[in-house]
Structure formats: structure tokens, C-alpha cells
Design a protein around this ligand. Structure first.
Ligand SMILES: [Fe+2]
Length: 489
């Protein structure tokens, strides 16, 4: 067995659970910040069975930052998945390579392999920790105790559930999907429309043209958009003990446009090229008449360094930096192609992109993105880490003017994905705060920073300073206190 440790830095597993009441705050927290910021984190509790496994296979933990009246309390707990409990009992790793059951210890092959480590969402008063490999895992939003897998009262029969469902801010509906929906390597897709009370109101099953990683989706007020990618799998690949995904540069992009209230016969597939098949996260989508517009960072080649190419060649760094693209699908046209426009590129765009979530499914003006920006002050001792392994800045893009605003938390700091919090429920788009965890590689401590979302260059308004380093974050989710009430402990 090899150690998961890669030196004394933020990538070394922490294996902790913690609670900090009244976190130290530098600066002053805006009065408008009343609510909970949840984070899904990935942190291995035991050395992996295989040294070539991916960090995506790390145990899931949920962090809770509660903001109230200028104060912040912090709590973190691992998600007690079937996997966590089995390995806790054995006091060692039992689960094998990323999403490959045949490489796991025979005693656990029939258990859920989900780590629940990707996205925390709150819907219908319930907190879920999501991982696209399995069903949502319910977590108590107050105690963070694990309540178990949730299949929406038996209505979700797919074996998995996306980590990136979309919450329609206008209807309160949760729109979700499943790929490999009948198990490993199945070409089945399922779309679920779930009302604001948590009841499934529509379910659409259909087939994908390729079995590929479909990590994210988008919605408009009428449609669901599902892109396929060039990250593929097969029974042969799994039988030989490989990681679940390998990148095939010959596989083109396909996009399904699905009416939210339609049936399988209403699904339209559009077909693109192989250099459009690395779309991991979407930014947003909206309808313009009978056209569907999707915006997303898209790369011409695999940027997941952990997953190999099927031809064994190295990834080409000249092709794997994404550009922000706008794809337009004309539903009035008989063509099965889409129009592509490059909105911006030529810089180190990542696939971590967010918007003011009140504009999900409607045309947005601003987007926010994690970036690696060598023009910002970078301490040379941490330059390689900040350029290659993490990002060092948050950007705001103005899609109307092309303007860019950027935030650097410090010259030895890496950033996690940011979250936009509106100043008030009726504030204009972008009027509010960006919050998120940044990691100081010099001090080996984490901070949660608060920035004016319309003036990133002004720097942090407040820094919530943790007395230790936190688990590495995947995605986060903000819930206003009015939506998810709590009383300070
Ligand atoms: Fe993601």
C-alpha cells in the first residue's frame, strides 16, 4: 500500500472532524450574510489500495459555516456512507480504483461505492451530499449526522444521481439526471423533475449515443441540456482493473435537449466534434425564442491529469485549457449541429464557474470563475503549486462589456470554488458578496474570505480565520437563514 500523503501541504489528508464556535474574524462581516455555507470536501481516511487512484475517490465530508449577526460557527463531519462504515470497521481501505468494483475487496463489492464527496444541496428542507456514482445521501443540516441514501420515496429508480442538479429559482423545482442509470456501462439516461416539496413530477428515460462522463447539466425555463464528453468507459476497461474513465480523443461531443415536461420521444440530440468534448461544468443556459443557449468552459482535450488517454499518449497542454464558449441550438432548424462562439479565452480559464444563482435558467450578465493568474503576486516558494495544482484568483466576467475584475487572496494562497450571496433577495444581479475558502500554503491554515462581488479588486471585506487547514473542497452551496432557519448552538 502506498501513502496518500504528498508532503506536508493541503493535499495531505487531515482525517479530522471539528467544531469551532465564534471563529476569529478579521474585518467585519456584512449584516446581509445570514445563512449557511455548506461545502463538500474530499479527504481520504485511509491510504488507497492503489497508488494510481484519483483524489476524486476520497471520502466525503460536509462542512457547515453558519453566518449570523456578524458571527460564524464552523462544523465538519464525514459522511457515513456504506463505504465509510465498512472501512471504519476494518480500519483500512477496502474500496479499489475509482468507480471500479472489480478492484475492491470482495467483502464490499456489493455495497454502495459512493463517497458522497462532490456537492451539498438543500432542497425541500433536506440537505443532500451528492456524488454522481450513487444516490443522494441525506445529511442532517444542523448536526451533519448522516441519515442515509434517499431515493425520493422510491420514485428515483436510477442507480445514480448527478452531483450537479439545477434548482430553478423561479419554480423551486429541482431538475436532475442520471447517466449509466442502470449500472456500470449502461447507456441509459434518466431525467427527473422534482417539485419544491421533493416529489418527482416527471421522469424521462432514453439512451445516450456514448457511455461517457456526464458531470454537469443545464436548464432553461423549458429545457434540460445534457452534454456527453470524451471521457469514456467500457466493460473491458473495468474488467482489466482500470480507473472508470479514460479519454478518447476520437469521441465527439453530443448534446441532448430535453423538454422538462416532455417524454422520451421529445428528446433531440445534437452532434459536435471531438474538440468540443471536454465540458465538465456548465455556466448557465437560457431560452431565446425557440433557441437554447448554453454557456460553458470547454477544452479541446482532456484536462483531468488523473485519467489516462486510451492511446496512452500524454495530454497536450496547448489544448486542455478551456475557453468560455456559447453554444446555440436552434430547435426550429432540422440541423443536428449547433453554433459555437468563443466568448473569452487565452488565459487560464478553469472549469470551476458559478453565477448569481437567482439567474439559473435565465440570461445572466456576470459569471465568476477560479483562475490561475501568474500576473498576480505569487510567492516563488509556492508558484508551482498555485500555477499547476490549485488556482490563485477569482474572476468576475461581465458578459455585456467584456470587463474583468479579479481577486487575489494573497501571494501564498490557493482558492476554492466561490459562492455568490445576494445583498438582499431583490438586489440586482451581482449585487452582493463572493464568499469561499482560501488556503494559505505558507501558514498551512485556511480562511473563509468575503469579497464585494462588484469590486473584487478591493480585496477581502472580512476573513474568517480557521486555526488549522481544512479538507480540500469540491463544491459549495449557500442557503439563506430564512430558507433554512437555525438557532446558534
Ligand atoms: Fe463538479
Amino acid at each position: 500500500m502506498s501513502s496518500p500523503s504528498r508532503g506536508n501541504d493541503f493535499f495531505t489528508p487531515m482525517r479530522f472532524e471539528a467544531e469551532v464556535l465564534d471563529c476569529e474574524v478579521e474585518g467585519s462581516l456584512p449584516a446581509a450574510l445570514q445563512g449557511t455555507f455548506f461545502r463538500s470536501c474530499a479527504d481520504r481516511r485511509f491510504s488507497p489500495l492503489y497508488s494510481d487512484d484519483t483524489p476524486y475517490n476520497s471520502d466525503g465530508a460536509v462542512d457547515q459555516f453558519r453566518f449570523y449577526d456578524g458571527h460564524v460557527d464552523y462544523r465538519s463531519r464525514y459522511v457515513r456512507t456504506e463505504r465509510f462504515l465498512a472501512e471504519r470497521k476494518a480500519h483500512r481501505a477496502l474500496f479499489g480504483r475509482y468507480r471500479n468494483r472489480s478492484t475492491s475487496d470482495p467483502s464490499v463489492r456489493d455495497l454502495s461505492h459512493s463517497t458522497a464527496n462532490t456537492t451539498p444541496i438543500v432542497h425541500a428542507g433536506m440537505l443532500f451530499s451528492l456524488k454522481e456514482e450513487g444516490l443522494p445521501v441525506r445529511v442532517d443540516p444542523d448536526t451533519l449526522d448522516t441519515l442515509g441514501e434517499w431515493d425520493f420515496s422510491g420514485r428515483v429508480t436510477a442507480t445514480s444521481f448527478t452531483a450537479h442538479p439545477k434548482l430553478d429559482p423561479h419554480t423551486g423545482e429541482l431538475i436532475a439526471f442520471s447517466y449509466e442509470a442502470k449500472g456500470d456501462c449502461s447507456d441509459d439516461l434518466a431525467v427527473y423533475v422534482i417539485d419544491k416539496y421533493g416529489a418527482v413530477t416527471n421522469e424521462i428515460w432514453f439512451k445516450a449515443p456514448v457511455v461517457s462522463s456526464m458531470h454537469d447539466m443545464a436548464i432553461t425555463d423549458r429545457h434540460v441540456i445534457l452534454p456527453t464528453t470524451g471521457m469514456v468507459t467500457s466493460a473491458e476497461q473495468l474488467q482489466r482493473g482500470a480507473l472508470h474513465w479514460a479519454y478518447d480523443p476520437e469521441v465527439p461531443a453530443h448534446v441532448a435537449i430535453v423538454p422538462r415536461n416532455g417524454t422520451a420521444k421529445d428528446v433531440r440530440w445534437f452532434h459536435g466534434t471531438a474538440d468540443q468534448a471536454m465540458l465538465v461544468h456548465t455556466t448557465n443556459a437560457w431560452s431565446e425564442g425557440n433557441k437554447v443557449v448554453l454557456e460553458a468552459p470547454v477544452a479541446a482535450e482532456n484536462f483531468h491529469s488523473y485519467f489516462p488517454r486510451v492511446d496512452g499518449k500524454p495530454n497536450d497542454p496547448a489544448r486542455y485549457i478551456p475557453t468560455m464558449r456559447r453554444w446555440t441550438f436552434d430547435l426550429d432548424s432540422d440541423s443536428d449541429r449547433w453554433q459555437e462562439e468563443i466568448l473569452f479565452g487565452g488565459m487560464t480559464v478553469t472549469s470551476f464557474t458559478r453565477i448569481d444563482d437567482r439567474y439559473v435558467g435565465r440570461k445572466n450578465r456576470y459569471s465568476f470563475m477560479m483562475m490561475s493568474d501568474p500576473s498576480l503576486p505569487v510567492n516563488r516558494d509556492f508558484a508551482d503549486t498555485l500555477a499547476v495544482r490549485v488556482s490563485n484568483a477569482w474572476y468576475r466576467f461581465d458578459h455585456l462589456t467584456g470587463g474583468i475584475d479579479k481577486f487575489s487572496p494573497g501571494d501564498s494562497h490557493g482558492v476554492s470554488e466561490m459562492q455568490f450571496v445576494p445583498r438582499s433577495p431583490t438586489a440586482p444581479e451581482g449585487d452582493g458578496y463572493l464568499i469561499g475558502v482560501v488556503n494559505d500554503f505558507r501558514a498551512l491554515r485556511s480562511e473563509l474570505v468575503v469579497v464585494d462581488a462588484m469590486d473584487l479588486a478591493a480585496g477581502a471585506l472580512a476573513r474568517v480565520k480557521l486555526p488549522f487547514r481544512l479538507h480540500m473542497q469540491v463544491h459549495g452551496w449557500w442557503v439563506p437563514r430564512a430558507v433554512l432557519p437555525f438557532e446558534p448552538r
